[in-house]
Structure formats: structure tokens, C-alpha cells
Design a protein around this ligand. Structure first.
Ligand code: FES
Length: 238
């Protein structure tokens, strides 16, 4: 068992899917092997939200390091996490490090390796506040919200290259993220997997099966340029 030397009184591992399921099982087994079974008490599952983390941090000894295991982590997510933690008592002794994007293999290995890398620990005190109003404070003028499934079965049916193609073709048609245009989001499973790759469009609440570049072309032209459904691409409702 390897336990990196640490200046912290407590280290928390926070992220979704750390309580139940295959990922949690593997994470817990590896964490116990690397840091001992006592470290299992340092796992905070954020699947249902962050209130458990705030409470745990509020009660924990300082100095404290939170290892962020959010798979969708980004610079904006870390800014938010640090600023929220910075509101708690003793923010000058609170630090955050993100395990995502580190190269040490599984997230648990990356997380534990981070402990010994203080240059990657970000302080939670003095994080700049968001301005009251800014460029992204308005509801955008997009007309359509398009949800492309990147769940496991749609991904196996080729959904990932379709994302790129859809963005490219929407942009070429002058319909990407503009007034009257399309806001495009990737999602997890939307359920009609066997008919996928699944793409749903609001309005009108249409469910499409998009399987090729040609389907993307047809969808962009008919649904977003001409403003009518593309019936040949609609999923079966039977
Ligand atoms: S994986 Fe895409 S609908 Fe289920």
C-alpha cells in the first residue's frame, strides 16, 4: 500500500457514481488498496448533488484537499467548485485538485498521485466572483434545442462522428447557435437505443434516427433550413 506524504489533515474524493455500481466498486477497491480501508470514509458521492460535500467539508479538519472526480470537469466547473468551497469557514486552508485529464491510468490512481503534486492544488480563497451580468446571462435566441445521444449504444452505432458532422453542416447552413438556429447538446441514453443513434428536436418534439452523413444533410436541410419535419428519418412510435 502506497500512501503519498501529504500536508493535509483530510483528503476527500468527490464525484458522481462513487457509491453504487461497477465504477464505484472498482474505485473503492483500488482506493482501499492504495490508501487503506479508512480512506473509504473520505469518498463523497455527488450523484444527487453537492450538499453532502459542503457538509463534509464544513465539518472536516483543515487543511483539506478535495480531489474532484467529476468526469465532465472543466475550467468553469473548477472555478465554481472553488468559489462554493471558498464560502465555507477557513477557505484559506481549502484546496481543490482535478483528477480528470491526469495521465496516471484509472481515476483512482490519478487521484492518489495528485496528492503528492502540490503544484496542481488550487486554493479556494480569493476566487474571482462572477460578474452580476455578463455575455452569457441572457436566454439565447436559438429556436431549436437538439439533443444527440452519446449513450453507449448510440455511440457504438456511430453517434460521435455524427456530432462533428452535424455541427459542421449546421454552421455551413448558418443555423448553429444563432438567432432562429440550433443549440446542440450531447446527452446520455435517451432510451430508444435500438432505433439509434437517437436525436431529438424541440420544438416540435420529434425523435429522429440519424445513421449517416446523408441523414445529417437531410435533417439539416428539412428540419432546420426549411422548418419542416423529415418524415423518412422519424423513429417508429410502434
Ligand atoms: S444509448 Fe442512445 S438512446 Fe440509448
Amino acid at each position: 500500500m502506497t500512501t503519498p506524504v501529504s500536508p493535509y489533515a483530510r483528503i476527500l474524493f468527490a464525484g458522481p457514481d462513487l457509491d453504487h455500481g461497477s465504477f464505484a466498486e472498482l474505485f473503492r477497491k483500488r482506493l482501499a488498496a492504495l490508501r487503506g480501508t479508512a480512506a473509504l470514509a473520505d469518498i463523497v458521492d455527488t450523484t444527487a448533488g453537492y450538499s453532502g460535500l459542503w457538509q463534509c467539508v464544513a465539518e472536516a479538519e483543515r487543511p483539506l484537499l478535495v480531489i474532484d472526480l467529476e468526469p465532465q470537469s472543466s475550467s468553469a466547473h473548477l472555478d465554481w467548485l472553488r468559489s462554493e468551497l471558498g464560502r465555507l469557514a477557513g477557505p484559506e486552508q481549502l484546496f481543490v485538485a482535478s483528477a480528470i485529464g491526469q495521465s496516471e491510468g484509472l481515476p483512482v490512481e490519478a487521484a492518489c498521485a495528485l496528492i503528492a503534486r502540490p503544484e496542481l492544488h488550487l486554493p479556494c480563497a480569493g476566487v474571482a466572483e462572477l460578474p452580476e451580468r455578463h455575455a452569457w446571462s441572457q436566454i439565447p435566441p436559438h429556436h431549436y434545442r437538439v439533443l444527440l445521444c452519446n449513450g453507449p449504444r448510440c455511440t457504438r452505432r456511430g453517434a460521435l462522428p455524427l456530432w462533428k458532422s452535424l455541427r459542421t453542416q449546421l454552421k455551413a447552413a448558418g443555423k448553429l447557435e444563432c438567432e432562429g438556429g440550433v443549440h446542440l447538446s450531447r446527452t446520455q441514453c435517451q432510451f430508444p437505443c435500438d432505433q439509434g443513434p437517437t436525436l431529438s428536436v424541440y420544438p416540435p418534439g420529434a425523435w429522429y434516427r440519424i445513421r449517416s452523413e446523408a441523414d445529417v444533410c437531410k435533417l439539416v436541410q428539412q428540419q432546420f433550413v426549411e422548418g419542416r419535419e423529415a418524415p423518412e428519418l422519424l423513429m417508429s412510435r410502434d
